[in-house]
Every structure is written in C-alpha cells, then in structure tokens.
Design a binder for this molecule. Structure first.
Ligand SMILES: Nc1ncnc2c1ncn2[C@@H]1O[C@H](COP(=O)(O)OP(=O)(O)OP(=O)(O)O)[C@@H](O)[C@H]1O
Length: 476
C-alpha cells in the first residue's frame, strides 16, 4: 500500500522547519494584534472627542501611579564623630550616643560582619557595625536605616560618621522624637551602669566613697503591699518632671521612714538608691556649722541624688521645734524632756542660728526649687512620736513608711535570701510564733546567718522565737 505523502512529510518534518513554521504563525498573530490596536486607536481618534481622550489618558496615568508608587524621598542625617574622641572613651557626643544605642539594637544574626570592641580594664564589650555596613531600627513603626561610614583621607578615623536615613516625611519625628529617644535611652543605660557613691559631710564639704550596699527591693523583708506602693511612688516621681515644672515646685520627694531599730530603714534607703541609681548624701547635722555651711553642702549635691538625715528626732530636740516653743507637754516621751535638760552643742548652735526642722525644710525647698532636679530626701527615726509636728503635717514629707517587726511575708523573703528556701517543715511553727512575738528582721537575719545549713538555721529560728515568746509571757 502506497504511503500518504502529506502525512509522511508532516511526520518527517525536521525540528528547524517546525520552528520556522511556529515563528511564521507568531508573526502573523502579532501582525493581526498590532493591526487591531492600530485600528482601535484610529477608531478612538475618530470616534472619541479630544477632551474625553485626554481625560482617559489622565485616569490611566493616575491608576498607574497608584499601582506603582514612586520611591519615597529619602533624607539622611550625618552624625560625625567629634574630633578628639576615641573608640575607648565615650565622650557623650551624639556619635557616641548613637553607637551605644545601636549596640543595644544590633541583631548579630542579621549582620554579615560585626565589630566587637571594649573589654579593656573590665569595660563592657560592645557590638557595632563594620564601616560600609548598615542596619535598620524601627521606632514608632517607622524604619530608620543606619550606615557606618569610614573616615577618609588624612583626617582618618576622626572623620568617621554614622548616617541615619529615613523617609523625608518623617523628618520632624526623626529630629523631634527619635534622636531625643536615643539620648534618653543611653542616659538611662549609663545611669544604670554607673558606680554609686555615698557622700558624707566633713565641715562644709562632701567626702565620697563607693556605695556597694547589696540591699534591693527583692532582698528587703517588708510588707509586700507597702513595698509595692513605695516602688510605685518612686516610679511616679521619676515620670513627673514636667508636672513639677508646671506647678513651679522643686522636683523632690520626701520619705519619712520610721520604726524600731533593726527593721531595715537603712536597708530601705540603700534599696531606693540602688533602684533609682541615685547617689546618697548622708548628712550629719551635728557636723554642720551654721547656715552658710548647710547652704554650701546642699548646693554641692548633684542632681539625681538622695539626701538622708538619719535619726532626725535626735537632731532637733523640743527646744528647737517650730516656733521655738517648749513642747514638753505635747505627748513626747520622757527621754525628750531629759534631752531638754542637757542641751547638746548642736541644739545650742541651731538656736543661735535659729534653725528649726521646718526651717530646714523650707530652706531646702527654696534652694532646690531654683537649682535642683530629681532629689529625694529621706528622714529616718526610731521614734516618730518625738518628731516635730510640723514635719508630720500632711504635705511635709510625701510618704510615711513604717518599717515594722518581722511578719510572715517578711520572714519568707529572708529565708529565700539566705537559703533559697520557699517552704520548709519548720515554716508552720515559725509562722505561728511570728504572730505572737515582736522580733526585728535584723534579729531573724542574725539567726539565719548562724549556720550555713538551712535545717539547722531554721531550727535555730524556731528555738529563738520560742524562747522570746516564753520570756514575753513571763514578763507579762
Ligand atoms: N527589712 C529588712 N530586710 C532585710 N534585711 C534586714 C531588714 N531589716 C534589717 N535587716 C538586716 O539587719 C541589718 C540592720 O538593719 P538596718 O540597719 O537596715 O535597720 P535600721 O532600721 O536602719 O536600724 P537603725 O534604726 O538601728 O538604724 C541589715 O544590714 C540587714 O542585714
């Protein structure tokens, strides 16, 4: 049977011929499509009036703009390294602030290369970008790009800079909020890391030593609710700079800590200093020779500090109370009338200088309202009932904090501090005994310190409390 030549040729068509055929078809199709477009254009030109055509083209371009937004205009802020500053010392310029800030924001996983510096003489190690690298930071939902640019030419490293880029529409925010935020964050971190100092007065000068008191609010044994309210009060105080400015008052807060000896008043002062990272100024009034010296001392205090006057009841006896009135009949205990009979040199001197406790407070108010910022003043006393009533008046000291005998919650804090123990077979007995006897946290701490073994120490506490209860019962 003879083969069909056409079918045989189709089957036998070589690949090149196939491609040529496909190309021919494509050209024909394109020509047809182009012809249609040309025809449609021509018809539109013929049929649509000019204005309508212009409107259609404007709408089309608008649609295109909407669908493909143009890249936003960018703005770049160049932060140059201050000449003379070194990598090892932070001079406080914006360049150093930005570097320190970026060290806390840098994501080591997202960077190809990283610089690690510091560590000299125990200094903190800091991560930073390599020159030529960049990173992004998001603030209030806006992306900021940071680039590290190498110093050029003979100026070398001193012409290094950081470049901050952002969409131009966020310029006000970058300058008005982001840059101040960076400064505030770095200041906060520096404050947190700084060594604290406790100053004591010698004549009219302060003499400072490093303050390493370990007390914190976590280690402080006190009523948990009271502890929370002190912390909340401190937090509120820190946030109220503008409020104090607005009402024209000194930005200060006064705390009166009172309670028996050994209940943690000094520990609370240390915990406040550690919490706020404020330096302490422990003022011994008996060392102060008159108004001028006092003024010099108060003026010599730095901002963000705590002025402490311990045992305030001993500094001002009834003879120097407000208005200089003899207040022996005001309910003060017998001890104070004893003091009146034997005036100490400070009293005599204060009478000469006519300083009363409320006078001192007014003096401090006046001085700090013009010069001081973020000051805390703490008075401590074992005998609140001996204090000048002027000091106890509402508004005088902002918060009165009673540091009392060791309660159950306070005891649990101590047991946790010393032995990391949160439960123990002796606890029920201790809880019961604590509700029956008055014992100070200092006494309990001392018992807990007697042994390194938790069982032995806690048994010791039970024995001590039992004996105390018995003695109290016999005494009654
Ligand atoms: N509330 C407390 N929490 C934790 N530890 C305390 C507490 N109270 C006392 N201590 C322990 O007892 C020691 C002495 O306490 P602290 O000096 O703070 O008491 P104080 O009330 O200031 O006494 P004083 O009135 O005699 O100055 C502290 O160093 C601490 O070890």
């Amino acid at each position: 049977m003879a083969a069909d030549p056409s079918s045989s040729s189709a089957v036998a068509m070589p690949p090149i011929a196939k491609a040529v055929d496909a190309y021919r078809k494509a050209v024909a199709t394109a020509a047809t499509a182009t012809a249609y477009v040309v025809l449609a254009r021509g018809m539109a030109r013929e049929l649509l009036p000019h204005d309508l055509r212009a409107a259609a083209s404007w709408a089309a371009s608008l649609l295109r703009t909407r669908l493909e937004p143009l890249p936003a205009e960018r703005r770049t802020l160049v932060i140059k390294r201050a000449s003379g500053s070194s990598h090892h010392h932070d001079d406080g310029g914006l360049y150093d602030e930005a570097r320190q800030y970026l060290a806390t924001r840098i994501d080591p996983h997202s960077m190809r290369r990283l610089c690690l510096s510091g560590g000299v003489y125990g200094a903190k190690k800091v991560l930073s970008m390599e020159h030529g690298d960049s990173m992004t930071d998001v603030f209030e939902g806006v992306r900021f790009t940071w680039a590290s640019v190498a110093g050029e030419g003979r100026h070398g490293p001193s012409s290094e800079s950081l470049e901050l880029s952002f969409d131009a529409e966020h310029t006000d925010m970058a300058l008005g909020r982001y840059v101040p935020f960076i400064t505030a964050t770095v200041e906060e971190a520096r404050r947190h890391d700084r060594e604290l100092v406790i100053f004591m007065n010698e004549g009219s000068h302060w003499h400072g030593i490093e303050h390493h008191h370990p007390a914190t609010f976590d280690t402080l044994a006190m009523d948990p609710q009271l502890k929370r309210s002190v912390i909340a009060d401190l937090d509120r105080f820190l946030k109220r700079r503008d409020y104090y400015r607005r009402i024209g008052k000194a930005w200060k807060r006064g705390y009166l800590l009172y309670g028996p000896p050994g209940t943690g008043k000094s520990s609370l002062v240390a915990a406040i200093a550690n919490y706020l990272r404020f330096n302490l100024y422990d003022l011994d009034l008996s060392e102060v020779r008159g108004n001028t010296a006092l003024q010099r001392l108060l003026n010599g205090m730095s901002n963000r500090s705590i002025l402490v006057i311990e045992d305030i009841d001993c500094c001002f006896s009834a003879a120097t109370r407000e208005d200089g009135k003899d207040q022996a009949g005001d309910g003060a205990s017998d001890d104070s009338s004893e003091e009146e009979n034997t005036p100490d040199p400070w009293d005599t001197q204060q009478q000469q200088h006519n300083i009363t406790l409320s006078g001192l407070l007014n003096f401090i108010d006046g001085l700090w309202s013009t010069s001081g910022e973020e000051r805390i003043i703490v008075f401590t006393t074992n005998y609140k009932d001996r204090l000048d009533p002027a000091l106890l008046r509402p508004g005088r000291m902002d918060m009165h904090v009673y540091m009392g005998y060791c309660g159950w919650e306070a005891f649990k804090t101590l047991a946790h501090n010393y032995f990391l123990v949160d439960d123990h077979p002796t606890f029920p007995a201790i809880q019961e005994l604590l509700s029956a006897v008055e014992v100070t946290p200092a006494e309990v701490s001392e018992m807990l310190l007697r042994s390194e073994d938790a069982d032995a120490a806690l048994q010791g506490v039970v024995k001590f409390l039992g004996e105390k209860k018995q003695a109290t019962g016999e005494g009654n």
